[in-house]
Design a protein around this ligand. Structure first.
Ligand code: DAT
Ligand code: MG
Length: 139
């Protein structure tokens, strides 16, 4: 069965620290199939669009500055129940509260610099995947 998709980004802090390979290994060993992937540096404007649902929140400025501070790796992943299972797999938003063995627990620094993104719904996954990748790049 093909499964469903989710979208992920290895965030600038984790990329800069050299955790990309380890994180991608965990993702593949977790049974996620990489449907599309690229390294890219976001502009602050692009980060602002990506996180527009958080516009007006106190952490929006910090978040968009951080996400445009260096390269990221963006990817579309496929697995059965991809969105919910990947959220479990990466752990809670705050690495200090994330379960043992999760990516955020292992590689996150703090609430803002939490190593990795995971979509929060199927609708978000589609929106986020198409923000970074064309149809042909995902198939
Ligand atoms: P998640 O990434 O778990 O879906 P979110 O969508 O609520 O979390 O927030 C997006 C990102 O913004 C999150 O990964 C880290 C940052 N963030 C969230 N809440 C924050 C806060 N209170 N202070 C600083 N950064 C925060
Ligand atoms: Mg979110």
């Amino acid at each position: 069965m093909a499964g469903t998709i989710t979208f992920t980004m290895i965030k600038p802090s984790a990329f800069a620290a050299g955790f990309t390979g380890k994180i991608l290994s965990m993702i593949e060993e977790g049974g996620y199939k990489i449907k599309a992937m690229k390294k890219i540096r976001l502009t602050k404007e692009m980060a602002g669009h990506f996180y527009e649902m958080h516009l007006g929140k106190p952490f929006y400025e910090e978040l968009t500055s951080f996400m445009s501070s260096g390269p990221i790796v963006a990817a579309v992943l496929e697995k059965e129940n991809a969105v919910d299972s990947f959220r479990q797999f990466i752990g809670a938003t705050d690495p200090a509260k994330a379960a043992e063995g999760t990516i955020r627990k292992l590689y996150g620094k703090n609430l803002g610099e939490n190593a990795i993104h995971g979509s929060d719904s199927d609708e978000s996954a589609e929106r986020e995947a198409s923000f970074f990748f064309s149809f042909t790049e995902q198939n």
